[in-house]
Design a protein around this ligand. Structure first.
Ligand code: ADP
Ligand code: MG
Length: 255
């Protein structure tokens, strides 16, 4: 199973947020997506997940191929995503938040009890079991990010698109988060697209990296290659942008 985009372009009022972007993610592969603010990373996730329709280009998942497809249908065919800013249902409990995700992707006519059991299992697995009955509102920031990941896992996807899931986490939390992603990949074989400004995380956690700049694909390669790539250094690594956003984390504006 393979997830690809082919020549995806997305234009907002004449501005090319994405220009001819092609990527591929294999099942079980963790692929990094980096680039300066405004380079199109979130737009790419929005287009793949059906939140935005591409201006042109196609998305392929296994045998299926589409241009625009509504997000609930994309979710049902095996792609889960998290948002750059956590979007939990604040008036629901943690367990209810997970149930919504588990239920949306359960086979039609499935029993409600099955969804609850599945949601509980995911919560336990992610170390959140003790918070099941807590309202999502008021959870500590790092916990919210973990609940978001739990929602994605509960949808039982083949691929997960993670838009800055570790932004704003302290180094120790971020290390734990990466460890968890690696374990989940081992257990479920998820392919993942991981966006983050924390290059320490990206360089250690990914098999391959794409670099976007002003909506165009600037480079693709193994972490060791990307680190040395002159174009990448000039556009991104050479600035203090990366450090800046590791520090600013949660306070950085959502773009
Ligand atoms: P990144 O996630 O890499 O920071 P984005 O994908 O959020 O970048 O944004 C890429 C470009 O597209 C930016 O110029 C941004 O202002 C623009 N953009 C993103 N979403 C919208 C939108 N819904 N309407 C108009 N412009 C947008
Ligand atoms: Mg973004």
């Amino acid at each position: 199973m393979l997830l690809t985009t082919e020549s995806v372009t997305k234009t907002f009022a004449g501005v090319h947020a994405l220009d001819d972007v092609s990527i591929r993610i294999d099942e079980g592969e963790i692929v990094g997506l980096i680039g300066p603010n405004g380079s199109g990373k979130s737009t790419l996730v929005n287009v793949i997940s059906g939140v935005l329709a591409p201006t042109s280009g196609t998305i392929t998942l296994g045998e299926e191929r589409w241009g625009r497809r509504p997000s609930h249908k994309v979710a049902r065919c095996g792609i889960a995503r998290t948002f750059q800013t956590a979007r939990l249902f604040s008036d629901m409990t943690v367990l209810e938040n997970i149930e919504v995700a588990a239920g949306a992707c359960a086979p039609r006519g499935g029993r409600r009890g099955g969804v609850r059991v599945a949601a509980r299992q995911v919560l336990e697995r992610l170390g959140l079991g003790h918070l099941a009955g807590q309202p999502a509102e008021g959870l500590a920031y790092g916990v919210q990010r973990r609940v978001e990941l739990a929602r994605a896992v509960a949808a039982r996807p083949r691929f997960m698109l993670l838009d800055e899931p570790a932004a704003g986490l302290h180094d120790a939390e971020s290390d734990q988060f990466l460890q968890l992603l690696l374990e989940l990949r081992r257990e479920h074989g998820f392919g993942m697209l991981l966006i983050d400004h924390d290059l320490r995380l990206i360089m250690r956690g990914t098999d391959r990296i794409y670099v976007l700049n002003e909506g165009r694909m600037l480079a693709e390669g193994a972490p060791a290659e990307i680190r040395k790539d002159r174009r990448v250094i000039a556009a991104y690594l050479g600035t203090d942008d990366a450090e800046l956003h590791t520090e600013a984390g949660a306070d950085a504006p959502a773009t």
